[in-house]
Design a binder for this molecule. Structure first.
Ligand code: ADE
Length: 234
C-alpha cells in the first residue's frame, strides 16, 4: 500500500513512521510513504497557498490553485489513487472504513491548515471526506495519521499476529474485555481469579460478561446493537 500525504508540513507527519510497527512495515515493503507539498505547486510569486475567506469569516482558507495542480499531478501519475480529505465537517471515520480502505493500492490524505480548504477542491477531488471526531484540530495532519495507522494495521502482514484483529473492540459491537499481564498479583491486586484457573470456557464467559459491563458503562448504544444481534441469532 502506498500512502501520499498532501500537506504543507510534512515534518509533522514524518516522525510517526520512524519507529515501531509502521517502521517495520515500511522495511518489509508492505507500506511506502511519500509527501506532496502544495506550496511547490503555487503559481504565485511568493508561493502563497492561502487567502482570506470570500464572503467574510475569520481566518485564512487554502487557495484552490496549488491544490488543484498538486492533485492533478498525483492523479496523472496514478489514476487509481484514492483521495481522502480530512475535515471536522465530514462523516466519522470507523473501524469498518479502516478494513475497507486496507484493500486500496494507494491512498492520498489531503490535510488542511488554517480555517480549511476551498470547498471547490473537495468537490472536485475527494473520493471520501472524513472527520476523526467532534473536536477541532489545528490541521488535518494528525487526523490523516490516525486513519493511516488504523488502515495499515488491517493490511496483511503489518501486525505479527492476525488473531489480535478479530477480538478487538469495534470488530464486534462489544468493547474488548480487560487485559492483564504478569505478575498475577501487583500492588496487592490480583487479576480476576478465573483467568488463573485455566478453564477456557469459563474464562470466555467471564470475558464476555466483562465486555458487556464495559460496553454498558462506556458505550451503552453499542450494547443495544449487541443485544439485538444476540436475539436475532437465537
Ligand atoms: N481537521 C481539524 N479537525 C479535524 C477533525 N476532527 N477530523 C479531521 N480533520 C480535522
Amino acid at each position: 500500500m502506498r500512502f501520499t500525504f498532501v500537506t504543507l508540513f510534512e515534518n509533522l507527519v514524518k516522525g510517526y513512521f520512524q519507529d515501531s510497527i509502521l517502521k517495520r512495515a515500511i522495511e518489509k515493503k508492505l507500506l511506502s510513504i511519500d509527501y506532496l507539498d502544495p506550496r511547490e505547486y503555487s503559481s504565485s510569486k511568493h508561493k502563497k497557498v492561502d487567502d482570506t475567506a470570500v464572503g467574510g469569516g475569520a481566518g485564512m482558507v487554502m487557495n484552490p490553485q496549488p491544490l488543484y495542480d498538486a492533485l492533478d499531478s498525483l492523479k496523472k501519475e496514478d489514476e487509481d489513487v484514492h483521495i481522502i480529505f480530512l475535515t471536522p465537517v465530514a462523516k466519522p471515520f470507523r473501524q469498518n472504513d479502516a478494513k475497507r480502505l486496507a484493500k486500496k493500492s494507494h491512498i492520498a490524505f489531503v490535510s488542511g491548515r488554517y480555517e480549511g480548504i476551498d470547498e471547490r477542491v473537495i468537490e472536485k477531488y475527494a473520493d471520501e471526506v472524513f472527520s476523526i471526531g467532534d473536536y477541532i484540530l489545528t490541521g488535518g495532519e494528525l487526523a490523516s495519521l490516525v486513519i493511516c495507522d488504523s488502515v495499515s494495521r488491517n493490511i496483511e502482514g503489518v501486525l505479527g499476529n492476525s488473531d489480535s484483529l478479530s477480538v478487538e473492540s469495534f470488530e464486534t459491537p462489544l468493547l474488548e474485555a480487560p487485559s492483564f499481564s504478569k505478575p498475577k498479583v501487583y500492588d496487592d491486586t490480583s487479576v480476576p481469579s478465573e483467568y488463573l484457573k485455566g478453564n477456557h470456557s469459563k474464562i470466555r464467559s467471564l470475558k464476555l460478561a466483562l465486555s458487556e459491563c464495559k460496553t454498558k458503562f462506556f458505550r451503552p448504544e453499542q450494547l443495544l446493537k449487541h443485544t439485538t444481534r444476540k436475539s436475532y441469532e437465537k
